[in-house]
Design a binder for this molecule. Sequence first.
Ligand SMILES: NC(=O)C1=CN([C@@H]2O[C@H](COP(=O)(O)OP(=O)(O)OC[C@H]3O[C@@H](n4cnc5c(N)ncnc54)[C@H](O)[C@@H]3O)[C@@H](O)[C@H]2O)C=CC1
Ligand SMILES: O=C(CO)COP(=O)(O)O
Length: 347
Amino acid sequence: MGGQQYKVSVIGSGNWGSAIARLVGQNVEKHPDLFDQTVRVWVFEEEVNGRKLTDIINNDHENVKYLPGIRLPDNIKALSDVQEAARDANILVFVMPHQFVYKTCENLRGVIHNDCRAISLIKGLDFHNNEIMLFSDEISRILGIECCALSGANLASEVAEEKYGESTIGTKNIETDGKIFHKLFHTNYLNITVIGDYSGLQVCGALKNVVAIAAGISDGLKYGNNTKSAFIRRGLLEMRKFGKTFFGGVHTETFFESCGVADLITTCAGGRNRKVAEAFIGSNKTIEEVEKELLNGQKSQGTTTALEIHRFLKARNMTDMFPLMTSVYQVIYENAPPESIIDALQH
Ligand SMILES: NC(=O)C1=CN([C@@H]2O[C@H](COP(=O)(O)OP(=O)(O)OC[C@H]3O[C@@H](n4cnc5c(N)ncnc54)[C@H](O)[C@@H]3O)[C@@H](O)[C@H]2O)C=CC1
Ligand SMILES: O=C(CO)COP(=O)(O)O
């Protein structure tokens, strides 16, 4: 692709999708030699206050539903047709709740250039036919293109407000994709490190959401900071064990990057998973009802991930090896008393 400008499309426009589209919109302007100056964004169309969300984004430069109060750059072009949003792109940034990835990728089959490359910002793992897969690998398989991943301690609203933070890119191709994606995402307020362990990075992004539910349960029970730290520590150990047990090439060092312990801390302090789990305690509602009431269409991925992990471990008789993951599942889905989650710490 020597000398050619990369056309970037962001596939997804929720809370993180909008914050990252904003950052990418800014960064392509800093590298006009490298990137086309328009960033197309696929929006799952919906009506907000009687207007199409795409029209609101294109005319008012704000995603009023998923990232209210933040101005998006003028070079962001929202499109409701995913094929139109991705056609001719050289770079695809996948950023959507993990339950929507397959359908979206299927719609893109045959539309994507084979010199295109992708990056997954999705925090979740793919459990399919009782096997476990990385979304970067699935995107790669379905679309026939290379796909790496970005994950980090990145609460979307804070990144959108340009509060300083860090993030991690995991890729097999550090010299090629690592360099181009570093250019696309690194800013003075988001410091990017590139590593080779893309599997460990994605395991962290998915499992920290389940640990954040444990932190939320702990907060809902008013257990205090020491208890929450115990959940975070045990959670980190289970994240590492899960990665090393089920994926090759997972390194302990990855858990010390932004995608590891830092993301765990930020999500357990200020994330949606924690917030929903805290409100769930004592509510007499299902977790889905609480999520709907609190998040206005945003999704907390940890509940689905807890269920998927549990089914996967149960099929292998391995639930005992992951007491915290198991206990979160039991509290959320099997009406286990929330206080029983402490047993997971004494295992
Ligand atoms: N929000 C955050 O602070 C961060 C989120 N992430 C991860 O980024 C990914 C995307 O999350 P967000 O952008 O925050 O999304 P979100 O949870 O804010 O929004 C939900 C999105 O799903 C879309 N949607 C609803 N129904 C759909 C359907 N049937 N098909 C396709 N799309 C549909 C909505 O239009 C909306 O864009 C997730 O894996 C999340 O864990 C990662 C870092 C930070
Ligand atoms: O991934 C996140 C921060 O890095 C956001 O976490 P929540 O989905 O729990 O808000």
